[in-house]
Design a protein around this ligand. Structure first.
Ligand SMILES: [Zn+2]
Length: 357
């Protein structure tokens, strides 16, 4: 190599078209899972404090909310419930008339093709707000397993396609798999929160579902943020117990962990409420461009190795991807696609994309 003959990397950065052609990582709408909060009552669509743009929906408001998700081409939702009452054993969690069960039935009735995943945990439903049962001031592991299996089965009965245990009790995937199989739900998949850290970034979510623990913290069951090798062990355990999809949570401060545990099983990452909220606030205050920052964040999570991303940005990202592809199509093939009222007719979009090959 001489001073007149050095490598010109900038050739492939020259135009937007070329940059897209050689882009190594693209987030697509099929990667996105939208978390949605269902609450008791009727006529409720209430914005969640500290999670701008996210809402609590009563069951009767779900059809409209889910219609938007489906029209954007998002393939899956993760359902969280906010029950009306709580008790020591979290009875609302596996009640056939519980809030998640009602919500799942409503969603599957109107949108049978949408993949419905349910969060399996006790913390929203118990008076002490811990993710497992509490006996004499201690979060007990083994007595919690039966409750978790029962919750998973009741979600499957309501129509859930996948259940997602998030409570970090040992043995839960095994117990839930066995419970589902014995109840005849061999085809219901388990997306396990395999690697869930005791993170400060969950704070806005806890406010959203009113699940802050009444005593202590969650460090006796969630992982220490400094632990990397333990993440590999957790993933191996979950795979052995029968998990179909693994998850790392949170995503953004744990990109190295996502990369570490990426293996042959599908991997999800949860871009959590605190990560969402702090970025939203920065964007709202004009510190960062919201769309560009959102794309960069979600791309980084995918680049690290996530196949699926749970994110409160799912709708905005899907909308961005549709606009982007339409802009691209319009440039190359003329004005065949229409954007109306900032929203795209996804059926037309899919049809037209097929036409464009
Ligand atoms: Zn929990």
């Amino acid at each position: 190599m001489t001073i007149d003959n050095f490598t010109r990397s900038r050739r492939l950065r020259r135009t937007s078209n070329i940059r897209k052609m050689v882009s190594e990582t693209k987030v697509s709408v099929e990667d996105l899972i939208y978390p949605i909060f269902v609450t008791q009552g009727t006529g409720i669509k209430k914005e969640i404090t500290n999670m701008p743009g996210q809402f609590h929906y009563s069951v009767d408001q779900l059809p409209e909310a889910i219609e938007e998700v489906v029209s954007l081409g998002i393939p899956a939702v993760m359902v969280f419930g906010i029950p009306g009452t709580k008790d020591l054993r979290g009875s609302g969690a596996d009640d056939p008339e519980g809030i998640v069960q009602q919500g799942v039935r409503q969603i599957k009735k109107d949108f049978p093709d949408l993949t419905v995943i349910t969060d399996v945990c006790l913390c929203q439903y118990t008076t002490d707000g811990h993710c497992g049962l509490v006996i004499e001031g201690e979060v007990v592991n083994d007595p919690s397993l039966e409750r978790l299996a029962s919750i998973a089965v009741s979600h499957a009965e309501a129509g859930a396609d996948m259940v997602a245990p998030s409570e970090m009790m040992d043995g839960r995937v095994l117990w839930i798999r066995r419970g589902l199989d014995e109840a005849g739900y061999q085809n219901v998949a388990i997306m396990s929160y395999s690697v869930k850290y005791a993170s400060s970034f969950y704070a806005p979510f806890r406010g959203a579902v009113n699940s802050a623990p009444s005593f202590g913290d969650r460090k006796t069951y969630q992982m220490d943020p400094g632990n990397r090798l333990e993440a590999k062990r957790q993933v191996a355990i979950d795979l052995e117990e029968g998990a179909d999809i693994l998850m790392v949570k949170p995503a953004l401060s744990y990109l190295d962990i996502i990369r570490d545990v990426k293996g042959t099983a599908p991997l999800a990452a949860y871009h959590v409420s605190g990560e969402y909220a702090m970025f939203k606030l920065a964007a709202k205050n004009g510190l960062i461009d919201e769309t560009a920052g959102m794309v960069e964040i979600l791309t980084s999570i995918k680049r690290a190795g996530a196949d699926l991303i749970l994110t409160y940005f799912a709708k905005e990202m899907a909308e961005h991807l549709l606009k982007d592809s339409i802009g691209h199509s319009n440039n190359s093939t003329g004005d065949k696609l229409k954007i109306t009222d900032n929203r795209i007719n996804s059926t037309d979009h899919i049809k037209n994309c097929r036409e464009f090959g």
